[in-house]
Design a protein around this ligand. Structure first.
Ligand code: OOG
Ligand code: NI
Length: 465
């Protein structure tokens, strides 16, 4: 088979993301309400900001602006993670970044499977924040063993899904028919299961150990626990949620609102209590409830260098030392104010961010009329002369403190526990069966390539002949 008969991995991802969105809207009606609200606010924002509208139109993303950017799942075993990596690879999604959430009281470590590279991201940006449960952090040895046994018995991928992944790997892709079957089969893995796979008593014990253990271990598969569209005005959506019958989490995670947005701001509506049933030994079912699923929104800014990120971490920490956001929202205004004050120390001007080496940028030639100064070749000279322009690189990854805040508000107040911080990227990569891409190296590479391209163009333009 020749490769041009294959459906592109970008197209498979786009179709998968659309199918997942439809499934989740059907499963969680409140998520549908959030999507309508986001679309409304985005339309209003675009009407107010013609420049933003024009730039989205120029990059061909205007009509898809309110589509999902990410979702999240939680896996139980190394084998599940390894297979998930192969599934996502078929859709052009690769593991980027390592996030240790133990430090924040959540017994998981995570990566994000995502498209890598501008073209793929532009085609469809959908990514999946994927966590692996760390039973090693659960104290009760007996319970740990029970959880292991339950997990060992489940198979979260259908045989057909596994065969299609093998086929894609062997042939280098899937044709349209196989791709459609692949999406249907894989989508099933992320479905909600109203029936738990353990009895109520065992569920209760998992729940007492940590709510996340109950969520991961007690069901037949890793239900998608949220989807996240992009909003152009996160503060507006946060404020409007209650009017639309959805209860927002107490505070927006990440940096404060700024003229030059940095990294990632996100917020969610609180997870819903949903009815489930637990099997009894005699084959009957007992009614109960489980809380796991919610909806989230995100707004992204510039990717920061390690230096910028260190400053961000320090300022965030400073704000949180002054005001720790309470889960009930009672000090949300104080927290917002503390963030604003702390982040005055982070420059809010693109050129200053650039010159101080805090963020990543791409560089481009301003146009044919740019004359090259005598000492051409020096990037700064040409930026100052307006011959080379720069644009911020958008942060496409996640933030561990924010992720912990999202987890926590959706696991219920007080779900946090003190674990000894124990990042273990090597262990995670062993389970994954691959190394994760370092996001800083990746952004630095994009910046470097754009500079090289600019300079090469100028050399050609400037060479006497
Ligand atoms: C994942 C929470 C993290 C984000 O956007 O930071 C996340 C989860 O609840 O499983 O999705
Ligand atoms: Ni999320």
């Amino acid at each position: 088979m020749t490769s041009n008969q294959f459906m592109s991995s970008d197209d498979i991802r786009a179709a998968f993301s659309a199918a997942m969105s439809a499934m989740y809207r059907a499963e969680v009606p409140a998520y549908g309400s959030l999507l309508s609200l986001v679309a409304e606010v985005n339309a209003r924002t675009l009407a107010q900001k013609p420049a933003l509208r024009a730039s989205l139109a120029a990059t061909g993303t205007l009509d898809r602006v309110s589509e999902e950017r990410h979702g999240a799942i939680r896996l139980g075993t190394d084998a599940e993670l390894a297979m998930m990596r192969r599934v996502f690879a078929v859709m052009g999604m690769f593991p980027v970044g390592y996030y240790d959430l133990s430090e924040a009281g959540v017994p998981v470590h995570s990566t994000a499977f995502r498209p890598v590279g501008d073209a793929a991201l532009r085609q469809n940006p959908f990514r999946v924040f994927t966590s692996l449960l760390r039973l090693d952090l659960i104290e009760d040895e007996g319970l740990r063993e029970e959880a292991r046994k339950v997990l060992a018995k489940r198979g979260i991928f259908s045989d057909a899904a596994v065969s299609l992944v093998e086929k894609a790997e062997a042939d280098g892709g899937l044709d349209a028919g196989d791709a459609t079957r692949f999406i249907t089969e894989v989508l099933n893995t992320f479905r909600w299961h109203q029936q738990a796979s353990v009895d109520r008593e065992l569920y209760g014990r998992f729940h007492d150990a940590h709510r996340l253990v109950a969520d991961v271990v007690s069901f037949k598969g890793p239900h998608i626990n949220h989807l996240t569209p992009r909003t152009l005005d996160i503060d507006a959506v946060q404020g409007l949620m209650p009017d639309h019958g959805i209860a927002p989490k107490a505070v927006i995670e990440g940096p404060p609102a700024r003229n030059c947005p940095i990294l990632l701001r996100q917020t969610s509506f609180k997870a819903l209590e949903e009815s489930v049933s637990f099997p009894d030994a005699d084959g009957s079912f007992q009614a109960g409830s489980h809380t796991a699923r919610f909806g989230e929104i995100e707004q992204r800014g510039i990717a920061l260098t390690p230096k910028g990120r260190a400053l961000y971490d320090r300022l965030l920490n400073e704000a949180r030392t002054h005001v720790r956001p309470a889960p009930d929202g009672s000090n949300a205004d104080e927290y917002r104010a503390a963030l604003q004050v702390a982040f005055r120390a982070f420059p809010d001007d693109w050129d200053e961010i650039r010159r101080r080496g805090l963020g990543y940028f791409t560089y481009r030639h301003a146009g044919a009329d740019g004359r090259i100064p005598a000492d051409g070749g020096d990037l700064e000279v040409m930026v100052a002369a307006g011959i080379i322009r720069f644009d911020p690189i958008v942060y496409e990854d996640f933030l561990p403190v924010s992720a912990a805040g999202i987890f926590q508000s959706n696991l219920g107040d007080g779900a946090g526990q003190d674990f000894v911080a124990s990042p273990n990227q090597r262990r995670f990569e062993q389970a994954l069966g691959a190394k994760v891409l370092n996001e800083f190296d990746h952004y630095a590479g994009i910046e470097k390539a754009s500079i090289a391209q600019c300079l090469a163009r100028l050399e050609t333009a400037g060479s006497p002949n």
